[in-house]
Each structure stands twice: as C-alpha cells, then as structure tokens.
Design a protein around this ligand. Structure first.
Ligand code: AMP
Ligand code: MG
Length: 485
C-alpha cells in the first residue's frame, strides 16, 4: 500500500456533543476517480500516488476510514432566504482536520457521501455535474486570488441518483480552513447553552484568529475581525463580477472563505440586478445586493454573539451595532481600492468614485461585458462595440486619461497594475456548461481539464486564453442555476 500522507487531528470532536454527530462509513458501489488536484495535494502534504491508488480512492469515497480519522457531520442552522431553519451537513462528512507540513489545519470533507442525522428528506448524495461545477469554480476563485474552499478530487460512485432524471452519483473532496459558519453560531445561540457558545467562540478564536489577545474583549474582536474578512471577500466578488446565488447565513464562513458553489455564476453583461439562481425570485441575492446581504448575515452573527459581548444586554447590543455599522464603510473602502486598481490608479482623489460610477452606469446602459470592458481598457484595445463608439464613452475616456496623467506613476506601471487586477478569463457560464456536458454525456473530461488549465492563471493574458474570454452568443434564454443539486 502506498502512503497517502494523512496527518489527522479531530479537534472539532472535542467541542460540545450537540455540535456534531459521528458517522459510520456509508459505502458506495464502485468509486472511480474523475479528477484530482495534484498541486493542492502536495500543499496539504498528501501523496498523490497514494490517493489515486485503489486504497486512496476508497478513502475519498468514504468506503475506508483512514487511520486517525473520526468521521462526523456538523450541526448548524441558518437563515435561508430570510427564514430561520435547522440544517446541518445533510450530505457531507468531515473525515478529519489535515495538519499540513506548514502547520496549517484544514478540514477534509467528503460531499455527497450519504445520509446523516441532518439529511431530513434528502438522499445524502450528489450528482456528478454539480460536483464538477464546484471543482471548476472553486479552483477558479482561488486562482483569481479570492479566499475560497478548495477542491481536492471528484469521483463517481458507480451508483445512480434520482433527481429530475437518473444521474451519476459523485463525491467531492472539499478542503476548507474550517466549516464553521454564521449558521454554526446561530445553531448554538438558539439551541445550546451560553457555555457551549463560549466554547465555540473560543475554539474559533484559537483556530482562525490566534492574534486576538486574551485580555481584550475578545468576542467583540472576533465579531470585528469576521466583519473585516467578509468586507474584503465580498468586495473581491464584486470586483470580478461573481454572484454567490445563495448567501444564506449557513453559506457564510467565519474564516472568510467563500463556501457553497450551488447556484453561483459569473456575470457576463454588467447589470447590478443580475440573478442566475432559479429560486431567487425576488433577487434577494442579486449581484448588486450582495454587500447588503452580507451585512444582514453579519448582523445575525452579531446577534448570536450578544451574550458574550457584555453582561449588560443593552451594552452588548450597542457594541454589536457599532461593529455592524462599520461593515458598509469597510466594504466600500475595499471596493473603491479595487476599482482604482482596475483602472490603473495608484493614489486617491476625491472624484475617483464618480469616475468609476460614470463608467459603470454606461456599462449598464450599453449592456457591456463586465470582464472584457476592463480587459479592453487594460490593453487600450477599444474594439468596435457600440459602447466604446459612443460620445459618452469618449468623454469618460478623456477624463480617465487626464486622471492617469495626474499621478506620478508611469503608464507602464499603470498598465501592469491593470493586468494584475483585471482577469483575462473567468469561468464563463457557457464554457462551464460545455465542460460539464462533455463530462456528463460523453464521459469526456478533456474539455474540463483544458478549461481548468486556462482558469488556473487568470491574470496571464496569454494568447491561449483569448478564445475563453469571448462572451456567449446572445441568447433568448436567460442562464439559470440550481441549488441543492
Ligand atoms: P445548500 O443549498 O447546499 O446550502 O444546502 C442546504 C441544506 O440542505 C444543507 O443542510 C445540506 O446539507 C442539505 N442538503 C442539500 N442536498 C441534500 C441531499 N441531497 N441530501 C441531504 N441533505 C441535503
Ligand atoms: Mg450550503
């Protein structure tokens, strides 16, 4: 047997028992590895050869429990589209925390691994298409420089699952800084004791915020730090045109990583009202609403922490409100800094924001492609589109050029900044669909592998990326994505 390199700890099992349920393996018929992330494995101190072997695939399918692993499903609750519900890992199991050669601790979770005590009516399984979709988009996010859960492997189970039709079952190995969510705190705050809540908060501090000192109001610091991380994260989504699709509080991590790749998608045409998720009828999680919804979710996090913030209820509330009210300012600061970079601007001028808003309002009016507009500006290749041909754009362009002339940095450094801030490629919906269709219908994974390769270096602006940067052909059918698939 080839060594697989697991170096597990199971610190989560030392938390109050109500926070998780231990699990037995839930074997699948004939697991087959579809895709494996060699560079991630190496980073985690895992042995690719060992994990790709029959014994390794048995572990990644949940058929074998490796030494040191204590499989469990985590309990959590959450506000789903505004309504509070009890949830939990209904189709995932944490097989352990891998302690990496660099001393980092990451969760290794199998998603689609079978029923758990939190499955409710679900079958605990996942289909191949959505698991590959998570693999592609989460790895693309990482390559874009956006903190995200990662994907180590996808395998098929050899079993069919029933959705609208019969589909091949699959399991994704998800790697996360942790799976502690806003919803984990909501669960404990609602169904646990104050002591449980304190244990979870202390655990989270130790795991994700070791720099917070014991002698400060460390629970308030926890709230403030989570707010900071989320403000930075959401700004990064906005800057690349990413739409989460289902920003329920159970899908917001405390670590600041993006989690849950169900109905997410990247926007082609710029429009703040863009929604792809089939169930988001009212546009709660539309592109332009994401910063507000993040603030809303963080207010739910703050509520969960209230008993720890201060002995006096009113003072606790005041501390929470002050912290929450910083979110929009922090978010806006990150967004504005990122937008300046996208336009090659190094220093700050008061009018920068109106310059940016002016551009965005024209992009909306002329239905410009979000990614390609910034790419075209980066290389000063103003293709012959309706938008670039307008007088409005010409006026804006003049203002922008004057703005660049007012800074000390050379045009070359400005362009370099723009190259590093404006991706050449994003996982465009039609490209992702094309890759999934080839995989699902023909068992051809080469389309996906090529797409992953192109997406792995989004700021390269290399010739082989040109084809992948084209927007989709105009379609009468709006693109739709689905949850819980
Ligand atoms: P999500 O939409 O992925 O955030 O999932 C919301 C909740 O539904 C979580 O508690 C999931 O574990 C659960 N869930 C989603 N799909 C299934 C399934 N096929 N079987 C059991 N639980 C599921
Ligand atoms: Mg989820």
């Amino acid at each position: 047997m080839i060594e697989q390199g697991w170096n597990f700890d199971n610190s989560y099992t030392r938390l109050p028992e109500s926070m998780f349920s231990t699990l037995d393996p839930n074997p699948v018929r004939s697991p087959k590895l579809i895709i494996f992330n060699n560079s991630l494995a190496e980073y985690l101190g895992l042995n690719g050869n060992g994990l790709r072997s029959e014994e390794g695939v048995a572990v990644l399918s949940g058929n074998e429990i490796p030494e040191g692993s204590l499989p469990l499903a985590q309990a959590y609750a959450g506000h789903q589209f505004g309504g509070f519900t009890m949830l939990g890992d209904g189709r995932a199991m944490l097989i352990g925390e891998q302690v990496t050669p660099a001393g980092e601790r990451v969760d290794i979770q199998l998603k689609g691994s079978g029923r758990t005590p939190y499955s409710r009516g679900g079958d605990g399984r996942a289909a191949l298409g959505p698991m590959l979709r998570e693999y592609i988009i989460s790895e693309a996010m990482h390559a874009l420089g956006i903190p995200s859960t990662r994907s180590l492997a996808v395998l098929t189970t050899g079993e069919s699952i029933i959705r609208e039709t019969e589909l091949p079952g699959a399991i994704l190995t998800r790697v996360a800084a942790s799976h502690i969510r806003v919803g984990t705190f909501q669960y404990i705050a609602n169904f646990g004791t104050e002591e449980d809540l304190r244990e979870l908060a202390d655990y989270t501090l130790k795991r994700h915020f070791p720099d917070i000192k014991e002698d400060e109001n460390r629970y308030l610091s926890l709230l403030q730090e989570v707010i900071k991380r989320q403000a930075s994260l959401i700004a990064k989504w906005q800057l690349v045109g990413f739409i989460h699709g289902v920003m329920n509080t159970d899908n917001m991590t405390i670590s600041g990583e993006k989690i849950d790749y169900g109905p997410c998608a990247f926007m082609d045409t710029y429009d703040p009202e863009t929604v792809f998720s089939s169930i988001d009828i009212k546009g709660r999680y539309a592109y332009g609403n994401q910063p507000y919804m993040a603030g809303w979710n963080l207010a739910r996090f703050a509520e969960s922490l209230l008993p720890l913030l201060h002995d006096d209820e009113e003072q606790a509330l005041e501390l929470a409100q002050d912290a929450i009210s910083d979110f929009s300012m922090l978010y806006h600061r990150h967004w504005l800094a990122g937008m300046r970079e996208k336009l090659g601007i190094f220093n700050e001028e008061k009018q920068d924001e109106s310059l940016i808003e002016y551009l965005l309002s024209m992009m909306k009016k002329y239905r410009a492609d979000y990614t390609n507009t910034f790419r075209a500006l980066t290389f000063d290749k103003l293709e012959d589109t309706v938008f670039f041909g307008t007088e409005e754009f010409e006026q804006w362009y003049k203002l922008w050029q004057e703005r660049l002339d007012r800074q000390e940095e050379s045009r070359d450094s400005s362009q370099q900044l723009m190259r590093n801030s404006n991706p050449a490629v994003i996982p465009r919906n039609h490209r992702v669909e094309e890759a999934l269709e080839a995989a699902e219908k023909q068992g051809d994974y080469s389309v996906m592998e090529q797409l992953l390769d192109v997406l792995s270096n989004p700021y390269a602006h290399s010739p082989d990326q040109a084809d992948y940067s084209k927007p989709p052909e105009p379609s009468t059918q709006p693109y739709q994505t689905y949850c819980g698939t």
